[in-house]
Design a protein around this ligand. Structure first.
Ligand code: BYC
Length: 474
C-alpha cells in the first residue's frame, strides 16, 4: 500500500511521486518557494555550517534515519507515510467499522482541509519563532538539537503540503502557497493559532516551547493518526516518530536548567541563583505558566461543535482511540466541566462528543504533570526547597470558556485588577526577558555548556557530549 522509498529523486518519498507526474511537478514547483522561505525565515545565519543531523530516509522502525553532517539548505526534506499492511477501517464516530477513505470524501472536504491547514501552519510558524536562537545556544549539543527540531518541522510541513497538493486540487495549491506567506507574529498575516504568534526568543522559552507546544503537537497528531482519512492518519503516524525527540529536547532542557538552578542556589551564600548567573526556579515557574497556558488554548474550546463534528464523521479520534476505547460512538456519556456561572465556579454536564477537545486536553495535562513530577524529583535530589507546579487550566486563557474571566494560577476566580497586579509574578515578562538576554551568551567550544544549564546525561546517537555537533563557524 506504499510505494518503495525513492531517495534519489528531487523530493525523497515513499508515496510514488515518480509515477504521479502531476503531483510531482506541483511539489517541484513549490520546492524553490519553500527553500526561499527557509532561507528568509529559518536559521539563516547558520546556512554555511555543517550540522550533524538526522534525516528521515525510510519508515522502517529499525532504521528510518541517517545521521551525518549536512548544511541545512541542503537538507533532504522528504515525504514519508507509514505503510499499511491491510486496508484501514474507520474506528471513530458514526462510520466505525467501514473502510477508511483513501480520497477526501466530498462531505468532509472543508473540515479536512481546515484541519490539515491548521496542522501545517504550526510547522513553519515554529521555525520562524526559533530562527534567531542559534545565536545564543548554550552549547554545540543544544544548537544541533535546535536545528534538528527546525529541519523536522520543515519536513512535517512537506508531509502536509503533499496532502494538500495530492488531495485538494486548486484549493490545496493555494493553501500550500499561503503556508509560506503567513508569518509568526505578523499582525497583517499572522499564523493561525495563538501560541504560534508568541515570541520564543530565549532558550528558556525554547525548552518550554518544545516541552509544552510540541507536546500539543504530539496529542493533536495522535488524534489525527486515528482519522478515517487514511493518508492523513499515515502521515501523522510517521511524524510522531520524529516528534518524540522534540519532546525529549524540551523536557530534558527544562530538567537541565532546573538542576543547574538548584546547584547554583547551593553555591550562593544567600541562595541567590540569579547572582550566580543561573535561571532561578520562580522564573522557570513563570515560563511554565506562560507556555502551558498558551498551549492549553491550542486544544480549542472546551465545548466545541467542531470537535463533535470531527469525531462524529471519523476525522479525528481520541488519544489511542483504537487501543484504549471500546465505545467509539461516544453518544451516551457526558463530561463534567467546571464553568463560571453568575460570577462563581460550578459544574455543567456536556455531551461527550462536544467535549472532545477537553478529553484530549486531559491527556495532555496528565502527560505534563508526569514531567513536572520528574523535575520536582531533581529539586529534591539537589536539596532544593523549591517545587514546580502546573497552573490551573483556567489560568491565563485566550480561547474557550475561561478566556473571558480572570483566574489565579491556583484556578480561583479573581478580578482583572488582581490579575494585573500579579502579572509579573505569574508570567514571564520584560524584566525576565532582559535578565535572560543578559545571561544567554553563545558557547561554541565542544563539550562546554553555559553556566545556566547542566550538561545532558549523554550525547546524541552514541556520540560523546564533546562531539563537534556543529562546525565551520566563520
Ligand atoms: N488560537 O471549536 P473551537 C504542532 C479557533 S501543534 C487561535 O473552539 P476546534 C506543533 C478555531 O480555529 C498541533 N484560534 O476549536 C507544535 C475556530 O475558528 P473558526 C497543531 C483558535 O476547531 C510545535 C474557533 O476558535 N495541530 O503540531 O474544535 C511545533 C472555535 O474553535 C485557537 C492542530 O491543531 C487558538 N489556540 O479546535 C510545531 C490540529 N483554538 O473556525 C508543530 C488541527 C481555537 O471559528 N487543528 N481557535 O474561525 C484542530 O484540530 C483544531 O482546529 C483545533 C481547534 C484543535 C486547533
Amino acid at each position: 500500500m506504499t510505494a518503495a522509498v525513492d531517495l534519489d529523486c528531487r523530493i525523497p518519498n515513499n508515496v510514488g511521486l515518480a509515477d504521479d507526474p502531476k503531483v510531482r511537478r506541483a511539489l517541484e514547483s513549490w520546492q524553490p518557494k519553500y527553500l526561499q522561505w527557509w532561507h528568509e525565515m529559518g536559521p539563516t545565519e547558520f546556512e554555511p555550517n555543517d550540522v550533524w543531523l538526522r534525516t528521515a530516509i525510510s519508515v522502517d522502525p529499525g532504521g528510518w534515519a541517517h545521521y551525518d553532517y549536512v548544511r541545512m539548505p541542503d537538507y533532504r526534506w522528504g515525504i514519508f507515510l507509514t505503510p499499511r499492511e491491510r486496508e484501514a477501517i474507520i474506528h471513530v464516530g458514526d462510520l466505525t467499522g467501514t473502510p477508511a477513505w483513501n480520497e477526501v470524501p466530498g462531505a468532509h472536504r472543508n473540515a479536512l482541509r481546515r484541519i490539515i491547514v491548521t496542522q501545517a501552519d504550526t510547522e513553519p510558524a515554529s521555525v520562524e519563532q526559533q530562527r534567531l536562537l542559534g545565536r545564543s545556544a548554550p552549547s554545540l549539543y543544544d544548537m544541533r538539537n535546535l536545528f534538528q527540531v527546525n529541519v523536522e518541522e520543515g519536513r512535517h510541513l512537506w508531509a502536509m503540503a503533499y496532502l494538500l497538493y495530492k488531495h485538494f486540487g486548486k484549493d490545496g495549491r493555494e493553501e500550500a502557497e499561503q503556508l509560506l506567506e503567513r508569518r509568526s507574529g505578523d499582525p497583517d498575516k499572522p499564523r493561525i493559532l495563538g501560541a504560534f504568534n508568541q515570541p520564543c526568543d530565549n532558550w528558556l522559552s525554547f525548552f518550554a516551547f518544545t516541552m509544552f507546544t510540541d507536546r500539543d503537537g504530539k496529542f493533536q497528531l495522535a488524534a489525527l493518526r486515528e482519522s478515517g482519512f487514511d493518508p492523513l492518519a499515515r502521515s501523522c503516524d510517521f511524524m510522531l516518530t520524529e516528534e518524540a525527540f522534540h519532546l525529549f529536547v524540551g523536557e530534558t532542557g527544562m530538567a537541565r536548567i532546573i538542576r543547574r538552578a538548584a546547584q547554583l542556589e547551593r553555591q550562593d551564600p544567600d541562595g541567590d541563583v540569579r547572582r550566580q548567573g543561573g535561571i532561578d526556579i520562580p522564573t522557570v515557574q513563570r515560563a511554565i505558566n506562560y507556555w502551558f497556558s498558551y498551549c492549553l488554548d491550542l486544544f480549542g474550546g472546551e465545548v466545541s461543535n467542531n470537535a463533535a463534528q470531527y469525531f462524529a464523521s471519523g476525522l479525528k479520534g481520541r488519544f489511542k482511540e483504537g487501543e484504549r476505547y471500546t465505545d467509539h460512538l461516544a453518544l451516551e456519556d457526558i463530561y463534567e466541566l467546571p464553568v463560571v456561572e453568575n460570577g462563581r465556579l460550578t459544574t455543567r454536564q456536556i455531551p461527550l462528543r462536544n467535549a472532545m477537545n477537553e478529553v484530549l486536553r486531559d491527556e495532555y495535562v496528565r502527560d505534563c504533570e508526569r514531567a513536572v513530577r520528574k523535575w520536582n524529583r531533581i529539586l529534591e535530589e539537589e536539596n532544593s526547597e523549591h517545587r514546580l507546579a502546573l497552573p490551573s487550566r483556567r489560568f491565563h486563557r485566550h480561547q474557550g470558556i475561561y478566556a473571558d474571566h480572570w483566574f489565579s494560577p491556583a484556578g480561583e476566580l479573581i478580578d482583572e485588577a488582581t490579575f494585573s497586579a500579579h502579572r509579573a509574578q505569574w508570567l514571564l515578562g520584560p524584566e525576565d526577558q532582559r535578565y535572560l538576554d543578559s545571561i544567554m551568551k553563545p558557547v561554541r567550544e565542544p563539550g562546554k555548556f553555559a553556566n545556566w544549564i547542566a550538561p545532558p546525561a549523554h550525547g546524541v546517537k552514541g556520540q560523546p557530549i564533546n562531539f563537534e555537533y556543529v562546525r565551520n563557524f566563520e
